[in-house]
Design a protein. Structure first.
Length: 148
């Protein structure tokens, strides 16, 4: 079997798995993308949104508490280690610290954004409920139990 044939077979297998796979919270994989979701199909709970925002902040806090110790690189400094090794270890430690700080900031930013989205959802949800109640009062009719 040539490379091209094997590659085509692998792509076909992957496409078959993708089309039969489970999809969570997204439109069906029809390829068109022009179909809008049905009204009322999105269900979100503000308790869940706020809980997840709190969880992200807790993760950021745990990361902050377990931050890397800058003194870990002292064992790899000159004269204990070769100068090139010490330079590379210090370079890696600086990179790891940057990545760590980025991760903490990312979790904190995601938490803030999720909390904002949750409060916006509550405002929209309250507006929808108020609109529904206004419609009930405006267009509703009282029907006595005997007349049903």
């Amino acid at each position: 079997m040539s490379f091209e044939e094997e590659w085509a077979q692998l792509k076909a297998d992957a496409l078959a798995r993708r089309s039969t796979g489970t999809q969570i919270d997204q439109l069906p994989a029809d390829g068109g993308g022009s179909v809008a979701p049905a009204a009322g199909s999105l269900v979100a709970k503000t308790d869940s949104i706020n809980g997840n925002a709190n969880l992200l902040i807790e993760i950021a806090g745990f990361l902050q508490e377990g931050r890397p110790d800058a003194e870990l690189t002292t064992m790899a400094r000159k004269p204990r280690a070769h100068e090139d090794v010490a330079t590379q270890v210090a370079r890696f430690a600086g990179f790891a610290d940057d990545q760590y700080l980025d991760a903490v900031a990312l979790f904190a930013a995601l938490s803030t954004r999720l909390r904002t989205a949750g409060s916006d959802f509550v405002k929209i949800d309250d507006g929808t409920a108020q609109h529904f109640l206004d419609d009930v009062l405006r267009y509703g009719q009282y029907v006595a139990p005997e007349a049903r």
